[in-house]
Design a protein around this ligand. Structure first.
Ligand SMILES: *Cc1c(COP(=O)(O)O)cnc(C)c1O
Length: 356
């Protein structure tokens, strides 16, 4: 049976990415070698790295003076690398959930952290508004999309300090004004590639201002100076990322991806809001993520949760069990997920509700 993959991450990749990666595992760029066994210093892999960096710059309109890096360690390593490299005395953070919280915890190892606002009081089901970022902060850090709670900030904020964003779960789902940011990072496994690479877009001007010694591998400058090839980069995830980037360009870039993502999310939220038995966990429509749609059974139908999960499984639907801290269901609608899968889910919800 055809599977409909709603996993939150690692998550669905385009058939183009999967096919080309599978082919390269057998024969990479007509080298007669597998991508798994080729030197990262070979000219064939250098071409992959060069093209992947160039395509990120093209798709996101990255200004001159910025570097694109593909590093290991996941987005979670960035929670520490960001303050290690950028925090002199104080940084400002927005607390919108587990990932933001983890970033805050690491930053506290390096200086003062001003948490400008938090939505913890309502289990992070909204985006705090009207917060003030202190002008003496070294930077302001926020999470664009809160993967676990299904909230999202889709507008680049205006702040008077350096801006840093964790875009792990919504990068390439909209046009971003990169010039407003000094650093953007994203684990590849949500909208780009298999796990193992983290994409970092960093403004050269933001580096070199802290006095503390930084270990070589944790210093962005090391990787900028070496074109993300200081040590062995995650070769396979970068190859797959390149396939996804080519596919993104082919379909029309981030504007087209955003159009598709908006349409998918609108259809699913409409089905939830119009349902007798389901309800969305994020009440304010403006705060709702178009990447991760979180919903639950209305209280009077709460006991049907397991039955609904079992029912969706018979339709080939995979990965919609909600995160344990929210419960219910979470349908991740990343770029590679086709509208057809949303239709299957929406129809399953309707069919189930008729019998409930
Ligand atoms: C998944 C995720 C992370 C963690 O990424 P790792 O690569 O596993 O470290 C961090 N932030 C956000 C927003 C995420 O969705």
């Amino acid at each position: 049976m055809k599977k409909h993959n709603f996993y939150a991450g690692p998550s669905i990749l385009s058939p183009y990415t999967i096919k080309n990666t599978a082919d390269a595992v057998l024969d990479f760029a007509n080298t007669g070698l597998s991508i798994l066994e080729v030197s990262h210093r070979s000219k064939e892999f250098q071409a992959v790295m060069d093209e992947a960096q160039a395509l990120v710059k093209e798709l996101l309109d990255v200004p001159a003076g910025y570097h694109v890096l593909f590093l290991g360690g996941g987005a979670s390593l960035q929670f520490a690398m960001v303050p290690y490299n950028l925090l002199k005395t104080k940084a400002a953070y927005l607390d919108t959930g587990v990932w933001a919280h983890k970033a805050i915890k690491e930053a506290k190892l390096f200086g003062d952290v001003d948490v400008v606002a938090s939505s913890e009081d309502k289990n992070y089901n909204y985006i705090p508004k009207n917060f003030v970022v202190p002008t003496d902060a070294d930077y302001f850090h926020y999470t664009t999309n809160n993967t676990i709670y299904g909230t999202e900030i889709r507008k680049d904020p205006d702040v008077n300090v350096r801006l840093v964003a964790d875009m792990s779960s919504d990068i390439f789902s909209r046009r971003v004004d990169v010039s407003k940011y000094d650093l953007i990072y994203a684990g590849a496994q949500k909208n780009l590639a298999p796990a193992g690479a983290t994409i970092i877009i960093v403004n050269e001007d933001a580096l070199g201002h802290v006095d503390r010694p930084i270990p070589t591998m944790l210093n962005y400058k090391t990787h900028c100076d070496k074109g993300s090839m200081f040590n062995t980069p995650p070769v396979l995830p970068i190859f797959s990322a390149l396939q996804t980037l080519k596919y993104y360009k082919e379909v029309g870039g981030v504007d087209e991806l955003e159009k598709r993502d908006l349409a998918k999310a609108a259809k699913l939220y409409e089905a939830i809001d119009g349902s007798r038995i389901f309800e969305a966990t994020v009440p304010d429509h403006a705060d709702r993520s178009i990447m991760n749609v979180c919903f639950v059974m209305k209280p009077e139908y709460a006991e049907l949760e397991k039955a609904f999960l079992d029912f969706t499984a018979t339709k080939g639907i995979v990965g919609i069990k909600g995160h344990r801290s929210v419960g219910g269901f979470r349908a991740s609608l990343y770029n590679a997920l086709p509208m057809e899968s949303v239709d299957v889910l929406v129809n399953a919800m309707k069919e189930f509700a008729e019998k409930a």
